[in-house]
Design a protein around this ligand. Structure first.
Ligand SMILES: Cc1cc2nc3c(=O)[nH]c(=O)nc-3n(C[C@H](O)[C@H](O)[C@H](O)COP(=O)(O)OP(=O)(O)OC[C@H]3O[C@@H](n4cnc5c(N)ncnc54)[C@H](O)[C@@H]3O)c2cc1C
Length: 319
């Protein structure tokens, strides 16, 4: 069977999780195997998973699994995978997914590839691909173990509803007590988190100072986009660190990335050049970002951005 691990937050499934389930459904169709979703901890919404292709949902309701504990999660998923003879374990390439993939790979002696961005080729072995060297090249990996573990990069596959039986099996496993106790979780409220955002408006040192960010927020608002920034902007305290994208920040893959007053240093590009469409606004025609851009506007951002926002507002009002 194809085991897919379902992350959830307060009974909600993130888009990236549903993409992973869609991916697993497709692998199940390719192999003629059952798609089994595993949900750990309390959740009231498990019935919904059938709609996205789960034939069966194994809901493990132990209290110890209510918050993320990588050792216990690995044990629970590992036991289910072994018992059900999984041939694939498919995870989301989130920080939780990445934690679990490595641990499961060692525990179950299975080949593991993270950040996979295409459906696999399945014959005697399994071939998967992912971007490498900051997205400048594509590497293909062949996995020969009986069990294959992969984590799926967000925005690699659109969420699809499909027929799945969604039979729910609720179980309790014998697990030790938690070693890690989470005392408090502080969430960033409001906009869609960067790893899941389809539209991103990002700005750099060309903004001159934090007092000028109003024009970026306005453009992001009219587009319904998430805001991001370059590293020096976060390091200077102009913007919060969770907005920093790049080699040392978050790697994203939105459908649209608008880079405003950002030079396009290699370390910045490392986190954003897998975006489907890149628009660059920079007054320097030699700015390296133009080489990675699909569309470029060579002009002063303080003139262009407000005009772009106005034009988009008019377009929205007339449509
Ligand atoms: C190990 C290491 C890791 C790093 N990791 C990251 C990372 O993860 N993410 C990251 O972003 N950086 C990272 N950096 C830093 C990176 O090398 C660059 O220094 C940084 O990305 C530059 O930020 P910037 O483009 O905002 O600023 P600048 O390089 O100062 O560029 C500002 C740009 O704004 C333009 N501009 C100025 N005024 C205007 C205007 N009025 N209108 C239009 N355009 C204007 C300029 O032409 C210029 O191109 C890392 C560096 C190192 C050494």
């Amino acid at each position: 069977m194809i085991l897919v691990f379902i992350e959830h937050q307060s009974s909600q499934y993130k888009k990236a999780t549903l993409e992973t389930l869609t991916y697993a459904r497709k692998v199940a169709n390719m192999t003629g195997k059952e798609c089994v979703a595993v949900v750990l901890g309390a959740n009231t919404n498990v019935a919904e998973l059938g709609k996205y292709g789960a034939d069966k949902v194994i809901h493990v309701t132990n209290e110890q699994l209510n918050s993320f504990d990588d050792k216990l999660y690995t044990q629970a998923i590992g036991e289910i995978a072994t018992k059900q003879r999984a041939s694939f374990i498919i995870l989301t390439n989130s920080s939780i997914g990445k934690h679990l993939a490595g641990r499961l790979s060692v525990r179950l002696k299975a080949g593991c590839v993270s950040a996979v961005n295409k459906l696999p080729q399945i014959a005697d072995s399994v071939k998967v691909q992912r971007g490498v060297f900051s997205g400048k090249a594509i590497a293909e990996y062949e996995i020969k173990s009986d069990l294959v573990i992969i984590s799926i990069m967000s925005n690699s596959i659109p969420v699809e509803e499909s027929e799945g039986k969604g039979v729910i099996e609720t179980i309790n496993l014998e697990l030790p007590p938690n070693v890690i106790i989470i005392k408090q979780i502080k969430k960033v409220e409001g906009e869609i988190p960067l790893p899941e955002a389809e539209l991103v408006v990002s700005a750099g040192r060309g903004m001159k100072g934090p007092e000028n960010w109003g024009i970026i927020d306005e453009l992001a608002d009219v587009l319904g986009a998430t805001t991001a920034c370059s590293r020096p902007v976060a390091d200077s305290g102009w913007r919060p660190h969770h907005e920093h994208v790049g080699q040392t920040g978050i790697a994203i893959r939105p459908n649209l990335y608008i880079a405003i007053g950002i030079s396009g240093a290699i370390q910045h590009l490392a986190g954003v050049n897998n975006s489907k469409v890149i628009v660059v606004i920079n007054k320097d025609p030699e700015a390296p970002f133009f080489k990675a851009a699909d569309y470029g506007i060579c002009a002063d951002l303080f003139e262009v951005v407000p005009r772009l926002t106005e034009a988009l507002k008019k377009f929205k009002n007339s449509n």
